[in-house]
Each structure stands twice: as structure tokens, then as C-alpha cells.
Ligand binder design. Structure first.
Ligand SMILES: [Zn+2]
Length: 563
């Protein structure tokens, strides 16, 4: 990207105290602007004080603002900053805290990774890692099939090392960690777990299934510095991919503290809308007393309550009205929170000005939650429904009347194009040919008038915005399969999908007055792309060239506007 000072304006840019001050406005020209607003298509955009101060033609805006920095983005396309409206950014950034072991094949590989990612570890400090694949290690030929962790003990004699596996079935520990956990030759296997042992009876350092608890019970909880580091790392990754605002789905008390501290120090690279963990009654009691957090500059707002109601389709823990097609004795596992408690939360949410955002996947789960919303959000005597913007997270499999009910009440369906593609290999096995017609039904919902937001629910599936857009418009995976798309009749158009990732996401957080589109008065949050996502043949190949938040290019190594 080129930034050109208009020569005539240099004089005006200098102030008397001797410091060079760049002009206080930036004029963006040359790019295709996708505004997400109706009306005439502007070709130039003026940014001042972090906001979009004018939209129009280049000639018009140049004439009115001769002192502006000119940024020529010819050939590029600009879209509003992406709002990823359901994420777990702390989890995404966990690599900053836990050593990433994905892809290691041997214990020597593990030692190399630990050394590489924790070069300056102080003696006595824990090293936590994550991601070694049980499948890759189970045939190493040692006790129980697994290798011993002796090499980790030799490499790190003074640091306890605890390593979580990729799928959660096993853990590795070195001698220092086994000692902290009190595991030795005399420790019996706990119920449902195995401590692998050598011929001498000593633990090899590999703990299977429930025996892992012996180790992880003594691993210290993350402290606030570590949580902040994880959040910052996660947000930085998202920022680089073109996301300028996230909705963090399920903040715990310690997350709130970390996000607040980062916001106060001005260290949030992008905007955060917090959804509190509604399954935590103690946390919610405090927030019902204080009310939502509404930041005047929109860096950190906290205003929604995320409730885990049912489970997932993959694990057959979502609440279904009729049994699972591939496991007929399973239909209604226990919900994670009683429906009465969801009702009570809804009552308090309405009273104290919070939004509800309940996780519901199965058709019965969605039906129950919709009924509870209908009770809380009943129209007044004149038939008016309050502007509640309550959401259902996932709304994956639904009853035939769901879309009509959601549309009538204005309940927002918060959906994940990546989930549909990730689940497409087995979802029909779970629910059968008939019910799959009412699953991941974006187009059906939209046609019925249900407000839809698209998000990634990262980490887990590919989450970058152009990947999400690809899933949304093609219903294919990144490799293009299955041919023609998986139930492609439920795909949305490019424009509708992009709106669900920008303006509608902002609306779902009561932020559409300031975010989500390119409009005069809104924050200058936008993404510069190498190609036009409304027309490009290969959407995931589109490159993010720059990302602006409040008028600052946050991807540039140093910015050329004053902070
Ligand atoms: Zn989630």
C-alpha cells in the first residue's frame, strides 16, 4: 500500500512546536468499496478521528479535504471489518501459554518443541503442552504401547512438564511432574484410568483416561498474566485475518478481569463484545447487580449471557425430540442446565438489560429454548415486541415451525458455516434423511425472515473470514468437496453471507450504529482485500492486505498516524 502526502498540504501539516504532525484525515481512493449499505456506491472514503467522516467520489472528497493523506488502493477491495460473532479467542491464543505439540511423532520431537518454545524457562516453573496425538504414539512399543518420557525428564530435570494429548485420552509427565502429583510405584490405578508402568513397576510418565486427573489436579490454574497473553495472541491472529470485532462466547470471571485489564491499558488490538458464562450462577448474580458494560469507544462491551443448554450432534449429546438415527436408544441426554434455570436467567436478563444467547443444537433443545424466549419476550398489549436481539447459538437441527417462530419474535440465529461443512460427513447418519432437511438451514431461515449471523466458533474448524465465506456460499469444504455442495439449496448469496459476517453481527451486539458497515459516522473499521469477495472465483485465495480499526492500520509494523 502506498501513502502519499499531497505536496500542497505539507505546510498545513506542520505545527509551531517543531514536531511533524501528519494531517488529521486520510483519504482512501482507488479501491472497490463494499459498504453493506443501500444507495449509491462511493469510490472514495475519508477517515477522520478514527471514524468515517465522508463517502463519495475521489474528486469531490479531494476538493473538500486538500490536506488529507492520500492512500491509493487501486485494484483492492474494501469490506467493513469482519465481526466474528461467536468465538473462543482465549482458546485460540492458548499456544502463547501451552506449547503446541501438534504434529510431533516421537518423544525427541516433543523435547525439541519444548526447548524451542520455552527457551528461557525458569527452574521450577511448569511447562504445559498440548496436542500430541495418541494415535501416533500408541504403537511405539513401550509399556502399554507408549514410549516412556525419560527423554523429557533428562531435558527438563528441574521443571515439571505436563502434556495434554490431542484427543484428551492421555497425558505425559516427566519425573518432576510425577513427583509433584505424588505418583510413584505404589500409587494404585484410579477407577477408569491407567498409570502405565515399566517392568520395575515405576510409572513411565504416560497416564491414560481418568488417571490424567492425578496430574492435572496439581497443575496450577492459569494466572491473569497467562490469560491476558492467550487473549492477546488470539486477538492478534484474528486481527491479521481481517476480523476487527469478536463476540467472546462464555467469559468466566477471570476472563472478564483479563479483558478489562487489556482494555484499560489500550492493549486490545480489535474490539470485543463479551458474552458472560450464564451457567455460572455466582458470576451472573454479580452482573445482574451491576448491569451491562457499555464502552463509549466500543473497545470492550459486555452485554450478553451465553448459556450452554444441550450438547453436540457429533457426540449425540444434543437434545432430540426423537432418537438418533444411528443410535436409536439415545434421544435426550441430560441438559447441562435445567430449563427452569434458563427461564430464570431469561427473566433476569430482561429485567437488567442483557441479551440471552443460548447454545441449542438438537431439535428438542431449540424448541424448548424458543418456547422459553416466547414466554419472556411476549408482545405488549399493542403487539410490540421489545428490541431484545436475543440469540440462539447454533440452531442446528430444528422442528418445522422453528423458522416461523424465530422470525415472528426476531430471534437471531447464530450459525457457523464451518460447522456444517465439518459435520457434513456424519450429520445425516445422526439424524436421518428427513431431519437433515431441517438442519443447518440458512436459506430456509433467511427466506422465513429470521435474522442470521455467521461466525466461526473458533478454534476447531477453519475460521478465517474468507474461508467462512467460502463455506457459506458453496456449502463445500476447502478442497471443494462434495461436488456441487452439501445440500447446496441452503447456501446463501455472497452478499447475504458477507452481511451476516459484518453488519448483522454488529446488530447482534447492539453495535450497528457504530460498526458493521462503511457509513458516515461509524468507526473506520475495514479490511483491504486483494480481490473482490463478491466476484472472485476462488474466495479462500483472497489475501488480506491491511486491516484498519478506528482508522489505524493495525497490520502495519508502525502506523503513520498519531496514536
Ligand atoms: Zn462456541
Amino acid at each position: 500500500m502506498r501513502s502519499l502526502l499531497i505536496a500542497a498540504s505539507i505546510g498545513a501539516a506542520l505545527t509551531g512546536c517543531g514536531n511533524t504532525v501528519v494531517p488529521d484525515s486520510r483519504l482512501i481512493i482507488g479501491a472497490t468499496l463494499i459498504t453493506m449499505e443501500d444507495g449509491a456506491a462511493p469510490t472514495a472514503m475519508l477517515i477522520k478521528d478514527g471514524r468515517i467522516s465522508a463517502l463519495g467520489t475521489e474528486d469531490e472528497l479531494r476538493a473538500r479535504n486538500p490536506g488529507a493523506i492520500l492512500t491509493d488502493l487501486t485494484g483492492k477491495t474494501i469490506i467493513p471489518g469482519v465481526v466474528d460473532s461467536h468465538v473462543h479467542v482465549r482458546e485460540l491464543g492458548m499456544d502463547a501459554v501451552k506449547v503446541n505439540l501438534v504434529g510431533v511423532k516421537t518423544v525427541d520431537d516433543i523435547v525439541a518443541r519444548l526447548r524451542e518454545q520455552r527457551p528461557d524457562i525458569a527452574a521450577g516453573e511448569w511447562i504445559i503442552g498440548q496436542g500430541w496425538d495418541e494415535g501416533a504414539f500408541a504403537d511405539a512399543g513401550g509399556p502399554g504401547g507408549y514410549p516412556t518420557t525419560d527423554a523429557i525428564t533428562i531435558a527438563f530435570p528441574d521443571n515439571p512438564v505436563a502434556l495434554e494429548s490431542l484427543h484428551g485420552f492421555g497425558a505425559m509427565a516427566n519425573a518432576a511432574a510425577l513427583a509433584r502429583a505424588g505418583i510413584d510405584a505404589s500409587t494404585p490405578d484410579p477407577e477408569g484410568g491407567t498409570i502405565l508402568r515399566g517392568e520395575d513397576g515405576e510409572a513411565t510418565g504416560v497416564l491414560l483416561t481418568l488417571a490424567q486427573a492425578l496430574l492435572f489436579d496439581v497443575v496450577p490454574d492459569l494466572d491473569q498474566d497467562q490469560i491476558e497473553a492467550a487473549i492477546k495472541a488470539g486477538l492478534a491472529q484474528m486481527a491479521a485475518a481481517g476480523v476487527t470485532s469478536v463476540h467472546e462466547a462464555g467469559m468466566e470471571a477471570e476472563d472478564v478481569a483479563a479483558f478489562k485489564a487489556l482494555a484499560e491499558r489500550g492493549e486490545l488490538p480489535i474490539r470485543v463484545f463479551g458474552m458472560l458464562n450464564g451457567n455460572d450462577a455466582e458470576l451472573m448474580a454479580g452482573w445482574f447487580e451491576s448491569g451491562p458494560l457499555d464502552d463509549a469507544d466500543d473497545w470492550l462491551d459486555i452485554g450478553a449471557i451465553k448459556v450452554f443448554y444441550d450438547g453436540s450432534l457429533g457426540s449425540r449429546t444434543a437434545l432430540m425430540r426423537d432418537p438418533y438415527s444411528d443410535q436409536p436408544d439415545t434421544a435426550r441426554p441430560t441438559a447441562r442446565i435445567a430449563l427452569e434455570d434458563v427461564e430464570r436467567l431469561g427473566e433476569s436478563a430482561r429485567e437488567h438489560g442483557f441479551q440471552m444467547a443460548v447454545h441449542a443444537i438438537g431439535d428438542a433443545g431449540n424448541d424448548f429454548i424458543m418456547t422459553s424466549y416466547e414466554r419472556r419476550l411476549a408482545p405488549d398489549t399493542e403487539g410490540n415486541v421489545p428490541d431484545h436481539r436475543w440469540r440462539i447459538e447454533h440452531a442446528q437441527v430444528v422442528r418445522p415451525d422453528f423458522a416461523e417462530r424465530a422470525a415472528k419474535l426476531g430471534v437471531i440465529a447464530s450459525m457457523q458455516p464451518s460447522h456444517a461443512m465439518g459435520d457434513s460427513d456424519w450429520a445425516e447418519d445422526r439424524v436421518g434423511r428427513r431431519r437433515i432437511q431441517r438442519a443447518y438451514s440458512w436459506k430456509t431461515f433467511q427466506d422465513a425472515g429470521v435474522p442470521i449471523i455467521f461466525n466461526s466458533d473458533l478454534p476447531g474448524e477453519p475460521w478465517e473470514p474468507m474461508q467462512t465465506l467460502h463455506f457459506a456460499v458453496t456449502r463445500t469444504k476447502l478442497d471443494g468437496s462434495p461436488e456441487g455442495g452439501w445440500y447446496a439449496n441452503e447456501a446463501l448469496s455472497r452478499e447475504d453471507s458477507l452481511r451476516a459476517m459484518t453488519l448483522s453481527g454488529a446488530h447482534a451486539a447492539f453495535q450497528d450504529d457504530m460498526l458493521g458497515s462503511l457509513a458516515v459516522g461509524k468507526w473506520a473499521d475495514f479490511v483491504v482485500l486483494s480481490d473482490n469477495p463478491l466476484t472472485a472465483a476462488n474466495i479462500p485465495a483472497i489475501h488480506v492486505d491491511a486491516v484498519y480499526v478506528a482508522g489505524e492500520d493495525i497490520t502495519a509494523p508502525t502506523t503513520d498516524t498519531p496514536g
